[in-house]
Design a protein around this ligand. Structure first.
Ligand code: PMP
Length: 297
């Protein structure tokens, strides 16, 4: 993409294994276990007006993901929270994105890496949330992915692990090549799962329907949106959803820390019209992340 500075060539600092180092020096060796064997987990959270939304929850999930992959975190949760805050401060970022990453180092280069060191880095970059409801409400177009989310006994599906993103990148590339913004992934049973980096919701007769996150990430944004909806007496049904049921859904949107609440207009042959409920949840989520207390609950 033209105009985008490559991520290894930016200015400033990155928190790397306990200290802030110059951005361009935050390096790892090519013979790194995390790179070869996927022993790598990460997070992605946004900072709004100088406060990282759900920082504690993201750090908790980072630790859960690391533990799931058998990686013992060499820092406390408090240290990671502080690292996230420190990089944002050092970079002068009040509205942006924070990316903690944990991976096995280079001591062993085989499937087994029992004695490898665990490394942690946190980087942050500006990513203002351009909240223009009118533009966003047009909705994005999704293709169907050909890759399926695996079962919980096939992969550690609840960890935010780098290895699980292989099929996401493949699906997103295939969708983009056909002119779509993203792809909807079904699960190993054929039920609707999620998009490549965000959860999915549908609206039917004023009720929200969303898949049960039993083989994919139960996103923190998903949980926020469910809580917001319930606080406003909107019924939320978490259930297994078959793709053909989309004929009966009027609205659809994605949720994620990066995606926030993103309306969807099209999934394969199915059409949606972003409407009142999606718009209300977009606004309510935008208020929530900025700590705006709703006037009417
Ligand atoms: N699913 C996947 C595959 C994701 O990458 C993300 C983004 N982290 C989500 C769902 C949404 O999670 P969250 O709302 O916690 O960002």
């Amino acid at each position: 993409m033209s105009g985008v500075i490559p991520f290894d060539q930016r200015d400033g600092v990155i928190w790397h294994d306990g200290k802030l180092v110059p951005w361009k020096d935050a390096k790892t060796h090519v013979l790194t276990h995390g790179l070869h064997y996927g022993s790598c987990v990460f997070e992605g959270q946004r900072i709004y007006g100088g406060t990282i939304y759900k920082l504690k929850e993201h750090t908790d999930r980072l630790f859960m993901s690391a533990e799931t992959l058998g990686m013992k975190m060499p820092f406390s949760k408090e240290a990671i929270n502080q690292a996230c805050i420190d990089v944002c401060k050092a970079q002068g970022i009040a509205d942006g994105y924070v990316r903690p990453v944990v991976f096995r180092g280079s001591e062993m280069m085989a499937v087994s890496a029992q004695h490898s060191t665990i490394h942690v880095a946190v980087a942050a970059w500006p990513w203002p949330s351009y909240f223009s409801p009118a533009e966003k409400l047009k909705g994005i177009r999704l293709d169907f992915a050909k890759w399926k989310r695996p079962s919980a006994d096939t992969e550690p599906v609840h960890a935010k692990a780098a290895g699980l993103y292989m099929i996401c990148t493949l699906s997103k590339h295939e969708a983009e090549a056909k002119g779509y913004a993203d792809a909807l992934m079904l699960d190993y049973r054929g039920y609707i799962a999620e998009a490549t980096g965000a959860n999915v919701f549908f609206v039917q007769d004023g009720v929200l329907h969303t898949p049960i996150p039993d083989c994919f990430l139960n996103g923190l944004t998903r949980q926020s949106v469910i809580a917001i909806a319930k606080s406003r007496q909107i019924k939320v049904v978490e259930r297994h959803i078959k793709p053909e049921e989309m004929t009966g859904f009027s609205e659809c949107f994605l949720t994620g820390s990066a995606a926030e609440v993103t309306p969807v207009s099209e999934i394969g042959p199915y059409r949606f019209k972003p409407g009142a409920l999606t718009e209300m949840l977009m606004t309510a989520y935008a208020d929530e992340v900025r700590g705006v207390v709703p006037v009417t609950a």
